[in-house]
Ligand binder design. Structure first.
Ligand code: CDP
Length: 220
């Protein structure tokens, strides 16, 4: 039996890949995997349990036993709705720190593969094309300038009623970019065969259309 097709969308923080990926999934009627949410869930759970972010083995064990479920856009961790709780900047930074551990990354592989179901999957993250779904039919590296990304994140947070400072956000995202790109385990890279989509000057609709056009050009 052939495996359902995967569209892998990787990119740096606040590049808009989550928004674009979920809209592409909706248009195609595909499933959607927000892999960053899994790292954020490990961040939240490990913070609650007081596990040091440097303790790879302990974090790996924790990641393996998390009970996670996604239901209608809501995310549950061990039965508790944590949809909002995992979206803070502090949890994002903690997620980026613990994502450097191979123990954590390996613990989440099976869970991610489980999202590959008919009729297809759109997966977003850092290593979707390079590690998790190397046979993806379409690989997109979605990016934007650091300034544009900081502004997008700022607007997102303000819209949610969370206070934020643009300068702090810019500094945080540059720190996260540097760590995600330079780590040894599954660094953020433009995978072989990936198409780069520079979105600093694109609207969400234009970015979604670009991905759909590429997918259709694959004869899908
Ligand atoms: O929302 P944002 O783009 O800032 O981050 P995210 O996609 O929610 O991911 C949070 C953190 O998890 C990132 O900074 C990465 O370090 C890590 N991550 C990863 O290592 N691999 C993935 N496939 C997805 C996220």
């Amino acid at each position: 039996m052939t495996l359902p097709p995967v569209i892998a969308i990787d990119g740096p923080t606040a590049s808009g890949k989550g928004t674009v990926a979920s809209l592409v999934a909706e248009k195609l009627g595909f499933h959607y995997l927000d892999s960053g949410a899994l790292y954020r869930l490990v961040a939240l759970a490990s913070e609650k349990e007081g596990i040091d972010v440097k303790n790879g083995p302990k974090l790996g064990v924790l990641a393996q036993k998390l009970v996670i479920s996604f239901e209608k856009g809501q995310i549950f961790l061990n039965g508790e709705n944590v949809t909002e709780a995992i979206r803070t900047e502090a949890i994002g930074l903690r997620a980026s720190a613990l994502a450097t551990h191979t123990e954590v990354r390996s613990a989440l592989v099976g869970l991610q593969h489980g999202f590959r179901q008919h009729p297809g999957l759109v997966a977003d993250g850092r290593d979707m094309a390079s590690v998790i779904f190397p046979d993806a039919i379409l690989k997109v590296f979605l990016t934007a300038s650091a300034q544009a990304r900081a502004e997008r994140r700022y607007k997102q947070l303000i819209a949610k009623g969370i206070s934020a400072k643009l300068d702090d956000l810019l500094r945080d995202l540059q720190e996260r970019d540097a760590r995600d790109s330079s780590r040894g385990a599954a660094p953020l890279i433009v995978a072989e065969g990936a198409k780069v989509l520079e979105t600093s000057d694109l609207s969400i609709d234009q970015a979604v259309k670009a991905v759909l056009d590429w997918y259709q050009s694959k004869g899908a």
